[in-house]
Design a protein around this ligand. Sequence first.
Ligand code: ADP
Ligand code: MG
Length: 573
Amino acid sequence: MRTVFSYLAAFRLRMGAGFALKVIGTVAELFLPLIMAHMIDEVVPTQSVLALSLWSAGMLAVALVAWAGNVVANRFASKVARDTTERLRADLFSKTLSLSARQTDEATLPSLVSRLSTDTYNVHNMLGMMQRIGVRAPILLVGGVALTFTVDPVLALVMLVTVPFLALISAVVARRGIVLYTRLQESMDAMVRKVRDDHTGMRVIKALSKTEYESRSFRAVNERIVQDETRAGVITGITNPVMTAVLNVGMAAVIFIGAYRVCAGSVKPGQILAFTSFFTVMLNAVIAVGRIFVEFSRGSASARRIAAVLALPREMLPEACPEDESGAFIRFRDVTFSYGGAPALENIGFSVKKGESLGIIGGTGSGKSTLVSLLLRFYDPDAGAVYIGGKDVRSYDKEELSKKFGVVFQNDFLMAASVRENIDFERGLSDDRLKDAARYARAEKFIAAHDGMEGRLTARGSNFSGGQKQRLLIARALAASPEILILDDSSSALDYKTDAELRKTLFENLPDTTVILVAQRISSVRFADHILVLEGGRMAGFGTDEELMQNCAEYRRIYRSQHGEGGEEDVQA
Ligand code: ADP
Ligand code: MG
């Protein structure tokens, strides 16, 4: 909440003006029943038409002030709520982008998305509501009670007895509400996560006829939301009736005692009428307070979720580290890393000179992509160090480090935009650069066949084949002439011939670029200057194809399994 308030501070002038208008409007509203009581008890008995007309005109004027004050103040309130939320959302978005990979893993992507959407929306509603009704309702309530005292203290005291009960109910609702709405938001996160997973795996789910199972598990997530919503709804739903009931009991007492006092001559009928008017005003105020508490519990649960992300510390900042004297361009020195459980990489050590190529091979889950993540400094190693150009990657400025790389990730994405936009990626590269990149990536021909550089891609590039998408991604990675080009499993969608041609063009046209090829196929890496063989996060071998064929059993095993020379037997051995 404090975070949200600090955002409101920027708008304090506008909020103050709205607040003042609101107070004026609301106070004017409170005087209406008093004017009415005066007219009935004092003006009407004089039977003067002039006096009555004047008082009526006066009452109309006060009503107008009340109306105008409220309307203008509400406009101010909406503006403040909207602008505050806009800033909050913008900051949350850039914070989300600046989170380290580990922080993102922990928060989970769906939860970050719903904080950006649902939670900021709830905060927006809360801010609007608090300014619109949060000011008005308490004034009506307190003012109403105070003015009833001026009308008749005895009756007012009767009414006042209800106040502690109302306060108690509000407090209980707010406390319970925050807990329940936080839980509801968490269930919503779970649902978004489920939908995302299913959406990504839609084809697999259909292919394996898992739709029945998936529907069932979605139903479970959905039911949890319904349950949480019901719980939150029950507590907030009974608030209004209970508060109204308490007030009604007070009112019944007032009328009962009031009737006696009118008969005794200590109160006039107009005053009783004013009392019932105040009652209506207060009743509405109480109902409004109930709504505020619902909105407030939901909004502050959301505000907490947003503040939690905004408060995350900046990680992965550049730090001073000792340099590497070995003269290698890329060097892993005894690197061990885990995502939290068992090590994903253990004692990895190798080095590559500038312009050399590196092939990384190993089964799924052997740690290939993790190794790439460490090189890009998405994560820091638990032990050892990663050097590029003699400098520890931890000592690089983030921008400077990422400029060195052109990367195609394993599950990389294309935008629903033109081919040009996809290759350029907002870097403002020249036409020649884009064309060269397309040629090196062997994408020239099919781009020409698809309306050229201006041809459009549909969402996720689904109007291009898997191999064509891969080549567009490679063109994008190449376009800025990076020092290091990383292709993580990028050739798996290419047929053997295209794959071979692609590698040839890459090596011929980019002699200064250090190419890192991650693959599961031996044919994709065997011509690299060095090949790193990974097995369960450990180095099973490092050397050239020839060397590895001689002294790396794992490499030979992979080779045989892919060349159909009794691979099965070798697995046993
Ligand atoms: P490869 O690319 O060789 O298929 P990865 O490097 O992706 O393998 O994964 C190595 C191991 O680390 C696997 O056991 C995988 O489950 C685990 N892993 C990968 N990414 C994460 C992550 N973000 N959080 C936790 N574990 C992960
Ligand atoms: Mg991988």
